[in-house]
Design a protein around this ligand. Structure first.
Ligand SMILES: [Zn+2]
Length: 141
């Protein structure tokens, strides 16, 4: 079930992600910061890790999801937001959309919008997640 997320919580997540990348952003090291919100009221932050071996690089969202799994076990992730080093909101990449389909299938995703941001259901970005094609019981998580 997709949960409505208060705009104030998204604004706080945006501010926290921007503050994180402002402190840690560095060319070739950290380009994106993400914040995920869980239904227990907590916020979990992550930062991208750029590797000299390009395929070993990790986006910011997996780090934030990992923090949520550790800090809020059993809580559902209800929203995500990510920003680049300029503080601009960036949508999750395709790989992160697949990850979020596994760990936050009912999350709202903040996307850039002329008004600041808009929330869209992950399901609208990922109508056919890969795992859905592997299941035979009709369960779409
Ligand atoms: Zn990604």
């Amino acid at each position: 079930m997709t949960e409505t997320v208060a705009p104030a919580r998204i604004a706080q997540a945006l501010e926290a992600a921007r503050a994180l990348i402002a402190v840690h952003g560095a060319e070739g090291r950290h380009h994106i910061a993400a914040a995920v919100l869980s239904d227990d009221g907590a916020m979990h932050l992550g930062i991208s890790l750029e590797s000299t071996v390009r395929w070993a690089s990790i986006c910011a969202e997996p780090g934030a999801v990992s923090r949520a799994m550790i800090d809020a076990p059993g809580a559902a992730i209800i929203a995500t937001i990510a920003v680049n080093r300029d503080g601009a909101i960036v949508p999750p990449c395709s790989r992160c959309r697949e990850l979020l389909a596994d760990f936050a299938p009912h999350a709202q995703i903040a996307l850039p919008d002329p008004a600041g941001w808009r929330l869209v259901a992950l399901a609208s970005l990922m109508p056919y997640p890969y795992k859905g094609l592997l299941r035979f019981d009709g369960d779409q998580a």
